[in-house]
Write a protein that binds this ligand. Structure first.
Ligand code: ADE
Length: 248
């Protein structure tokens, strides 16, 4: 079962509107929507903002049988070539707000965990293909930096660029990645750029977020079309697919 998460209503409402045979599943703090989208069985949900909400929601999705996870939403651009509307597909993800450096860990490293969580190659390739169909925007594969902070300063952008070589900044992806990695479930994060995370980021975010959120959703639909070409839309990755039959 493919799961699709967005942080906010704007990020998933168009997907929910087209969900067939919808069934709502309520857990404490979050409602998941099971159904079929473009012929592919899916779980869709609004996970809320920030890493804690993202981790909690991902856990519920895995409990409900998700065997692959796509996160869709907007981000602040960090890579200097990115403009509003452009798209970043995750190669890997870091938690830029983690700091255990006094104990000798690198910035961003959670003790006992990998310094960066790698997105699934197959999902990333399919997302890249689908993103090429969005007209008039640049698409890059790059590192996504997540933290419980809205980045809105030149210094903030520089820190993420210099310390992490991040392509974009957002608030959920690496938490989704951490939970999925623990369960061996493949994931990818798709982010369209709503602002460039500098001093005008708050204004740009409010102006462009609803518009560019559509780009990310367009990528999801393009992915569904490609995944739906198989019989069940499953089985593109060897990792994390155990238990799929029982859960389907
Ligand atoms: N999501 C969209 N823009 C962002 C920014 N500048 N910082 C963090 N998350 C974001």
């Amino acid at each position: 079962m493919l799961a699709i998460i967005g942080a906010m209503d704007e990020e998933i409402e168009l997907l929910l509107g087209d969900l067939q045979d919808r069934q709502d599943i309520t857990h404490p703090g979050v409602t998941l929507h099971r159904g079929t989208l473009d012929g592919v069985p899916v779980l869709v949900t609004r996970g809320g903002i920030g890493k804690v909400n993202a981790a909690m929601t991902t856990t519920y999705l895995l409990v409900e049988g998700a065997t692959r996870v796509i996160f869709t939403g907007v981000a602040g651009g960090v890579h200097p070539d990115l403009r509003v509307g452009d798209i970043v597909i995750s190669t890997d993800l870091v938690q830029h707000d983690v700091d255990v450096t006094p104990l000798g860990y690198e910035p961003g490293t959670v003790p006992g965990e990998t310094p960066a969580w790698h997105a699934d190659d197959t999902l990333r390739d399919i997302a890249m293909q689908a993103a090429q169909d969005v007209e008039g925007v640049n698409v890059i594969a790059g590192r996504v930096a997540s933290g419980d902070q809205f980045i809105a300063s030149r210094e903030g952008v520089q820190r993420l660029w210099k310390t992490y070589a991040a392509a974009c900044a957002e608030m959920e992806g690496a938490a989704v990645a951490q939970v999925c990695a623990k369960a061996g479930v493949p994931f990818v994060v798709i982010r369209s750029i709503s602002d460039t995370a500098d001093h005008d980021a708050n204004v740009d975010y409010r102006t462009f977020m609803p518009l560019v959120a559509r780009h990310a959703k367009q990528v999801v639909r393009g992915m569904l079309a490609r995944l739906g070409e198989g019989t069940s839309g499953e089985g593109t990755s060897g990792e994390g697919t155990s238990g799929e039959q029982a859960r389907a």
